[in-house]
Design a protein around this ligand. Structure first.
Ligand SMILES: NC(=O)CC[C@H](N)C(=O)O
Length: 332
């Protein structure tokens, strides 16, 4: 039988990282190795798929930009329109992997699997996790049962939804978790097992079209803390932010001295969305009669601040209507 064709788009990260010794697992050079070197390190891939590697960038993912995100989304859409391509794997640093995965979850127009993969130990380390993660990701991208589940995050034998998975540990290989909703599935005995589906709209079901975009509106995140004030909010507005995500405390609460600045931002036409710095749970709707509702703040639902930022950027390419943007936050 003919093997499925899987395209691999490489962006760098620890999966392509090199260190001077096999015991060095921090302070290494991320994104050093080219994609063909990573593919050649896992000859077993050839048993499951024909793969082609394409180097998009070679960066540590803390340096990811809107420009690269747009380039990746456009390239995915081009490749997935080709009937010969079964799915896509994107190799990525883990630091902002969840952001790229969620951005693609909102902008890829296909039911075919798109799998974002990384590693926590550099390619040169003892028990490097990259090779097995890459093999699992290619098999997942070639798996018909992985179709129409939204973009997937696959590391450490676990499958997460792009919207829900988040990096929870600075160094451990078991870093991607979905604290509120749990895993979509697992990889065991070389097979993919799906336990549930995400309930939110994704990929071909969204209204976002990046084909004609070459930049995204500025959206900043302000992180709440004791003794907070409006200094950073005012700075965001002065820098031209069209939206601000409040990484609030608890259930999206905001220090009264920062709230003043955010309310003023709304009066100037900036869209403000409340999210939470807690890392799990939902930010419940404040209601039109509450102080937050009266100030015009929107509710971020279960998106973490970094993902809420991406949705607000895309939302602002379609509309400035707070009501419509709130609907998007409950839908995607
Ligand atoms: N484990 C990782 O991939 C983190 C390394 C690096 N900072 C990156 O995100 O690209």
């Amino acid at each position: 039988a003919q093997l499925p064709n899987v395209a691999i788009l490489a962006t760098g990260g620890t999966i392509a990282g090199t260190a001077s010794s096999s015991t060095q697992v921090t302070g290494y050079k991320a994104g050093d190795l080219a994609i063909q070197t990573l593919i050649d390190a896992v000859p077993a891939i050839k048993e499951f798929a024909n793969v082609s590697g394409e180097q998009i960038v070679k960066i540590s993912s803390n340096n990811m930009t809107d420009e690269v995100l747009l380039k990746l989304a456009k390239r995915c859409n081009e490749l997935l329109a080709d009937p010969k391509i079964s799915g896509i794997v994107i190799t990525h640093g883990t630091d902002t992997l969840e952001e790229t995965a969620y951005f693609l979850n909102l902008t890829v127009k296909s039911k075919k699997p798109v799998v974002v993969v990384g590693a926590m130990r550099p390619a040169t380390a003892i028990s490097a996790d990259g090779p097995m993660n890459l093999l699992n990701a290619v098999k997942l991208a070639a798996d018909p049962n992985a179709q129409d589940r939204g973009v997937l995050i696959a590391l450490n034998d676990q499958i997460n939804a792009a919207r829900e998975g988040t990096k929870t540990n600075t160094t451990n290989v078991d870093t991607f978790q979905a604290p509120t909703l749990g895993l979509l599935g697992v990889v065991a005995g070389g097979k993919n097992y799906f336990m549930r589906d995400t309930t939110m709209k994704h990929t071909h079901e969204t209204e976002f079209d990046v084909s004609k975009l070459d930049k995204l509106p500025r959206v900043d995140i302000v992180y709440s803390h004791a003794s907070d004030d409006s200094v950073l909010v005012d700075a965001a507005v002065a820098a031209g932010a069209k939206g601000i995500i409040s990484a609030g405390s608890g259930n999206g609460s905001i220090h009264q001295d920062a709230e003043v600045g955010l309310a003023n931002a709304v009066k100037k036409g900036v869209v403000v969305v409340r999210s939470s710095r807690t890392g799990s749970g939902i930010v419940t709707p404040a209601g039109a009669d509450s102080d937050y509702g009266k100030a015009g703040f929107l509710d971020g639902y279960s998106l973490n601040p970094q993902k809420a930022r991406l949705l607000l950027q895309l939302a602002l390419t379609k509309t400035n209507d707070p009501k419509k943007i709130q609907e998007m936050f409950m839908k995607y």
